[in-house]
Each structure stands twice: as structure tokens, then as C-alpha cells.
Design a protein around this ligand. Structure first.
Ligand SMILES: [Zn+2]
Length: 318
């Protein structure tokens, strides 16, 4: 009897252990899905909905990757297109490699702010290697080899191209409000600053946090955008035109009143961007600056529950 009792107890104990073990596995699995900071799966997205914006360190140029809480992926500009060896030597990313490393195979939308090579160049390999749902363009054409190649690929692949202008609202998911602030109207000029002023500028609002992606706009466009008044006040500003002193119109910066600014710029670049005057203007406004030449890739996470619900993570801490 006592022997039977012992065996029964032992059997029950094994069963209890098994149930406990299975429960533990379930708990660990759920923990990994929900709490693991690296996890980007569905469970994590629905419980911790953040808008993610990566300012990719493409050297002298812009490339901004936007991932929405509901899993849509958008790219604003692609940086320049240079050989891999050059990029490695200069310590900068090629956007197609960055997207691959982020396990991205499809883009829901691609914005090309304007046609200069430090924005358009990297788009060409992206179009060749990735599925792109649609492209948002500035309303003009351009007469360069890169533009011709771009135009040919788009036609061959039959990619939908939308010409956008100030006042348009982009449908990037109902949790995110995206408005086009610039350009006001098409300009046919090929003059350098005119092309910059044609840049698509986007205002992104997620919850209580606004981010202004200003392309390469210069003072003319900065003045134009000021007509939106307080509506363009933003917590975060992608500093226009790599911090050039043609794009640091003080009333504009004071109106935006950004708490944080991101300068996408190449190390020791030939243009000497950013300019000391632009840096001092941002400092006077109280904007804390992040720079891709110093911080590497700059990643912004926006929760949006209140105006301070955002955080930056950088590759290199100074
Ligand atoms: Zn540029």
C-alpha cells in the first residue's frame, strides 16, 4: 500500500512538473513577444505602438526610413549611390544594404523630395532590388543621367508615381497624419536653389508629437511654409538642406521651435555643411542637434501619448 502510494505520488508529481514546465514555456514565449525590446512582431506592435523613424547615415545626403505602428514602411530619399568599397571606407550606409539588414523587402511608399543626386541616387538600386508600391514625387522633371535612369526603371516596372504638392494629405494609415507643406507649385527652373526649394516637405503627426521633414528647402520655401502658422510647430525637425546657411531663416526656425533637430550630413563634406551660423541659430531656438556624421544612424521612436513621448537612439554616443 505504501509502495503504491509512493508511486502514485511520484506519477502525480511528474504530471505537475510537466504542466508547470509547459506553463513556463508559454510564459517565456509571451514574454519574448511582448517585452523583448528587439521584437517587432504583431503582439509587440499592438501593445506598444510606436512610430519609428531612422535617419540613416548615408554620408552627405538624406535617407529617412519610416515604419508605422501598423507595419507600413516608407522611405524618404535614398542618399547617393556609390560603390560599396567607397561607402565602407567613408563609414556610411548604402540604403539598399540598410533596408536588407532591417529585413525589409517591400516599401509601401517612396518619397523623392527633389532630384539632386544626394537624394535620388540611392533610389535607383532600391527600385531595382525592392518591391515598391508607389512613389511620391515633386512636380517637375530633371535632366540628369540619374533622373533618366530613374524614369526608365519606373516606366519599365510600371510603378505608380504621384506628383504631390502643398496641402495634400497622404494616406499612410489612419493612426498617422501626413501632410505635404511644400512645394506650393511646379517650378521648371533647373537652378540649384530653385530645385532645393521644390523639395517635398512633410509634416508627420503621431499622437501628440509632430515631426517636420524639410528636405533641402531654402529660405524662399521656409518663408512660404510659414503661412501654416502654429500648425508647423514640431518637436522634431529634419534640419533643411544639411544645415546650410541658405536654409536657416530664423523666423521659420522660431515658428517650428523644434526641441530636437537631425542634420543628415557627410563627414568633412565639400560644402562645409552644417554652417556655423545655422548651428548657432538652432542653438538660439533651443534645438538639441543630432548629426549623422557624428552619431551615425539616428533612430527616433515616437509613442505620442504626450508631447514628450519620444526618444532617440544613436549608433555612436559622443
Ligand atoms: Zn541634399
Amino acid at each position: 500500500m505504501s509502495r503504491y502510494g509512493y508511486e502514485q505520488k511520484s506519477f502525480q508529481s511528474k504530471k505537475t512538473n510537466f504542466v508547470f514546465f509547459m506553463l513556463l514555456i508559454v510564459v517565456i514565449f509571451v514574454w519574448a513577444l511582448v517585452l523583448s525590446p528587439d521584437h517587432g512582431g504583431l503582439v509587440s506592435v499592438s501593445l506598444n505602438p510606436e512610430l519609428r523613424i531612422d535617419f540613416v547615415n548615408v554620408g552627405q545626403g538624406d535617407a529617412v526610413l519610416i515604419r508605422t505602428p501598423k507595419g507600413k514602411v516608407f522611405l524618404v530619399d535614398g542618399g547617393v549611390n556609390v560603390p560599396v568599397a567607397d561607402a565602407r571606407r567613408e563609414g556610411r550606409e548604402l540604403i539598399q544594404n540598410y533596408l536588407r539588414n532591417q529585413k525589409i523587402s517591400k516599401l509601401d511608399g517612396l518619397v523623392i523630395t527633389h532630384w539632386h543626386n544626394d537624394h535620388l541616387g540611392g533610389i535607383i538600386p532600391v527600385l531595382r532590388l525592392f518591391e515598391v508600391d508607389k512613389i511620391y514625387e515633386t512636380p517637375s522633371t530633371f535632366n540628369t543621367e540619374a533622373w533618366q535612369t530613374y524614369d526608365e526603371i519606373c516606366k519599365k516596372e510600371r510603378i505608380q508615381r504621384l506628383s504631390i504638392k502643398a496641402g495634400d494629405v497622404l494616406e499612410w494609415g489612419n493612426e498617422l497624419f501626413v501632410q505635404v507643406l511644400n512645394p506650393e507649385k511646379p517650378v521648371s527652373s533647373k537652378e540649384y536653389s530653385e530645385v532645393n526649394n521644390m523639395s517635398i516637405a512633410l509634416l508627420l503627426r503621431y499622437g501628440k508629437v509632430q515631426t517636420l521633414l524639410a528636405g533641402d528647402i531654402e529660405e524662399d520655401a521656409e518663408r512660404e511654409i510659414m503661412k501654416y502658422g502654429e500648425g508647423i510647430r514640431s518637436q522634431i525637425l529634419k534640419v533643411p538642406h544639411h544645415g546650410a546657411d541658405t536654409s536657416d531663416y530664423m523666423p521659420f526656425l522660431q515658428l517650428v521651435k523644434a526641441e530636437a533637430g537631425v542634420i543628415s550630413v557627410g563627414r568633412s563634406n565639400a560644402f562645409r555643411h552644417p554652417s556655423p551660423r545655422a548651428l548657432s541659430h538652432h542653438e538660439r531656438v533651443g534645438t538639441k542637434l543630432y548629426r549623422t556624421d557624428r552619431h551615425g544612424n539616428i533612430r527616433l521612436f515616437i509613442g505620442g501619448k504626450d508631447t514628450r513621448d519620444y526618444r532617440f537612439v544613436v549608433d555612436q554616443r559622443l
